[in-house]
Design a protein. Structure first.
Length: 112
C-alpha cells in the first residue's frame, strides 16, 4: 500500500534514541537513589511478612486459601456477588442463554 512512510525525522534518528535512553536511564537512577538507605541484608528486614505471624519453616504450612487471598475483593463486591448467586441455577442451558443475550447486546451496542 505504502512504499515509504514519511515523517519529520523517522525512527532511525540515532540522536533521538540516544536522548531517549539517556533521559530514561537518568530517571531510573533518580528513582533508585530515592530508596531507603537503612536496609541491612541478613537481618529481620529480609524476613517475609506473613500477616504478623512467624514464618513456618515447612513450605507445606504456607498455604493461603482463596477466601483469604481475595477477601477484600469479595467484601467490596458483596452485593454484586450476592446478585450473581441468586441468578445461579446450575443448568448449562441457562448459561448459554445468558451468553447469547449478552453477546447480542454487545453486538447491538457496537453497531449503533
Amino acid at each position: 500500500m505504502w512504499d515509504k512512510v514519511y515523517t519529520n525525522f523517522g525512527y532511525w534518528d540515532v540522536y533521538s534514541w540516544l536522548a531517549f535512553f539517556l533521559i530514561a536511564g537518568g530517571m531510573i537512577f533518580f528513582i533508585r537513589s530515592m530508596g531507603r538507605k537503612d536496609y541491612k541484608k541478613g537481618t529481620d528486614q529480609d524476613e517475609i511478612f506473613f500477616g504478623s505471624n512467624p514464618v513456618p519453616e515447612d513450605g507445606e504450612d504456607l498455604k493461603v486459601p482463596a477466601s483469604s487471598a481475595y477477601w477484600g475483593y469479595t467484601q467490596a463486591l458483596k452485593p454484586f456477588y450476592e446478585g450473581l448467586v441468586g441468578l445461579h441455577t446450575g443448568i448449562a442451558t441457562d448459561y448459554v442463554g445468558w451468553y447469547i443475550l449478552v453477546t447480542a447486546l454487545v453486538a447491538l451496542l457496537i453497531l449503533v
